[in-house]
Design a protein around this ligand. Structure first.
Ligand SMILES: *[C@@H]1O[C@H](CO)[C@@H](O)[C@H](O)[C@H]1NC(C)=O
Ligand SMILES: *[C@@H]1O[C@H](CO)[C@@H](O)[C@H](O)[C@H]1NC(C)=O
Ligand SMILES: *[C@@H]1O[C@H](CO)[C@@H](O)[C@H](O)[C@H]1NC(C)=O
Length: 478
């Protein structure tokens, strides 16, 4: 073979190789279907405060990416090879430096022309004009949406549309800290893939739909800080994957259903600040994984629930303001994982079990505003460790023969009033954090709040911190 013919052959081969590359590598201009690209521009144009976004990002899936847009190619179909990139995730929020949201940001109907969108997440964007989820029929059975996360949009108002039940692939539905109103649609119970349902911090009303009990894969159910009424549905006992159940700060009434004890994986149960009555069913002894039991500010009105003694993983128990009477059970000492115990603002009587000082992880103990009596005499290192997070104030019959208990009168010397006894002992105090002048305990300690949406409760900020950590741990875990 002559040299020229070899060259020709070589040329021919490399040319066909290039052709092949071109055919498989997709459209050489944007890498995207033109209709999908224009839909993306319209959606972001309605959200972002930068009309030049399309010019700055002519190839948002390839050469000129933007952190809020994610694209994927589809797995190759047999018949029709799909060379295009498709938008699968859109995220807009203050964590993306530029551009910010438009003052009148809204949801564009063009979202429907992003047929491969799996995740839509919008944080702190709809703050000006009122936006609702109703006019854009965001949800259809064709929807590929798996995660809908709209958080901290105080302009996002109106109801949760009933059509949401059509978005059958949703696994994460988080609509927290908006201004949503109306009732929770029953159809949410048809979203069988749901793993997380968080509708907290809105203005939702009506009852908790019993249909939610059909969400067998649900790990997180957070409906806290709304205006929900009625009872806790028994059907929630069927949520066998549930790890976090937060119904706090609503107007729920009735008793805690026995079926709640079937939630074998539950780690956090928060029913605080409702109108739930007692007694708490002993069936809750089935909650073997429970670490957080928070029921404060409900008219429970029984004794301290006995089943708690069976739950060895308990870390935080909040039973403040529950109208509890009777003694503080001594079995609390067996809950060796306890870090915080709040029994304040009840009618507990009798003596304070000394054995509580055996709780090696306890960092907060609030027994204030009860009817406890007798001498309180914990081990000194326990009292020093807790410092002011040991609160036994406002128990008329309680006395202590140690200066370490703030505002507690000494036993057998009723002539000294509580405050002066605390003041005279300032010098000898060796307890951590008890500098002179820090003796007057005034209400709650300074907030350790970091600007997050407040989880504050009357338990004091340390307890909130444990709670916060716990919720964080659960979220990370999931
Ligand atoms: C404390 O928690 C650990 C870890 O969850 C667990 O293994 C242990 O059994 C718990 N303690 C008790 C007394 O149950
Ligand atoms: C209290 O402390 C001051 C200065 O630190 C000291 O002069 C005084 O003697 C102490 N009083 C007692 C009772 O220890
Ligand atoms: C204990 O509870 C009382 C009454 O609810 C509250 O005022 C106080 O701040 C709590 N103490 C601590 C240390 O959290």
């Amino acid at each position: 073979m002559s040299l020229p013919s070899t060259l020709t052959t070589l040329f021919f081969f490399s040319f066909s190789f290039l052709l092949l590359l071109h055919a498989n590598g997709g459209d050489s201009t944007s890498g995207m279907d033109a209709k999908e690209l224009s839909a993306l521009y319209e959606v972001l144009g309605a959200l972002l405060d930068d009309p030049s976004w399309p010019q700055l990002h002519p190839h948002p899936c390839t050469d000129t990416p933007w952190p809020g847009v994610q694209c994927e190619t589809l797995p190759q179909q047999q018949q029709q090879p799909d060379p295009f990139f498709h938008v699968t995730k859109l995220h807009v929020g203050p964590d993306l430096a530029t551009p910010p949201c438009r003052p009148g940001a809204e949801l564009s109907l063009s979202l429907l022309r992003l047929p491969f969108l799996k995740t839509l997440s919008i944080f702190g964007c709809f703050v000006g004009a009122t936006v609702t989820l109703i006019p854009p029929p965001l949800f259809s059975s064709a929807s590929s949406l798996e995660q809908l996360v709209l958080i901290s949009n105080r302009g996002l108002s109106g109801p949760i549309p009933t059509t949401i039940s059509l978005a059958g692939r949703l696994s994460v539905l988080r609509l927290s800290q908006n201004d949503l109103r109306g009732e929770i649609p029953r159809g949410v119970g048809e979203l069988r893939e749901l793993k997380q349902l968080d509708l907290s911090y809105n203005r939702l009303t009506g009852g908790i739909p019993e249909e939610l009990g059909g969400l067998a894969g649900l790990g997180i159910l957070d409906l806290s800080f709304n205006g929900l009424r009625g009872g806790i549905p028994r059907s929630l006992g069927r949520l066998c994957s549930l790890q976090k159940l937060d119904l706090g700060s609503n107007s729920l009434s009735g008793r805690i259903p026995e079926e709640t004890g079937m939630l074998r994986k539950l780690v956090l149960l928060d029913l605080s600040r409702n109108s739930i009555t007692g007694p708490v069913p002993e069936a809750l002894s089935g909650l073997e994984e429970l670490e957080y039991f928070l029921v404060e500010n409900n008219p429970i009105g029984s004794g301290v629930p006995l089943f708690l003694g069976a739950l060895g993983k308990l870390a935080v128990v909040g039973l403040s303001g529950c109208g509890l009477s009777g003694p503080i059970p001594s079995w609390f000492e067996s809950l060796s994982n306890l870090t915080a115990l709040a029994l304040d603002r009840n009618r507990l009587s009798g003596s304070v079990p000394r054995s509580l000082d055996a709780l090696g992880k306890l960092g907060q103990l609030n027994l204030s505003q009860n009817m406890l009596s007798g001498e309180i005499a914990f081990r000194e290192d326990f009292v020093s460790r807790l410092g002011k997070r040991l609160d036994v104030r406002d128990n008329k019959g309680l006395c202590a023969n140690s200066h370490l208990y703030f505002d507690t009168p000494p036993c057998g010397s009723s002539s000294l009033d509580a405050t002066s006894s605390a003041r005279t002992s300032t010098n000898s105090s060796s307890s951590a954090g008890a500098e002179p002048g820090a003796q007057q305990v005034s209400g709650r300690p300074p907030a350790e709040d970091n600007g997050q949406e407040s989880l504050s409760s009357p338990l004091g900020s340390s307890l909130c911190w444990y709670l916060y950590l716990g919720i964080y741990a659960i979220l990370v875990f999931l």
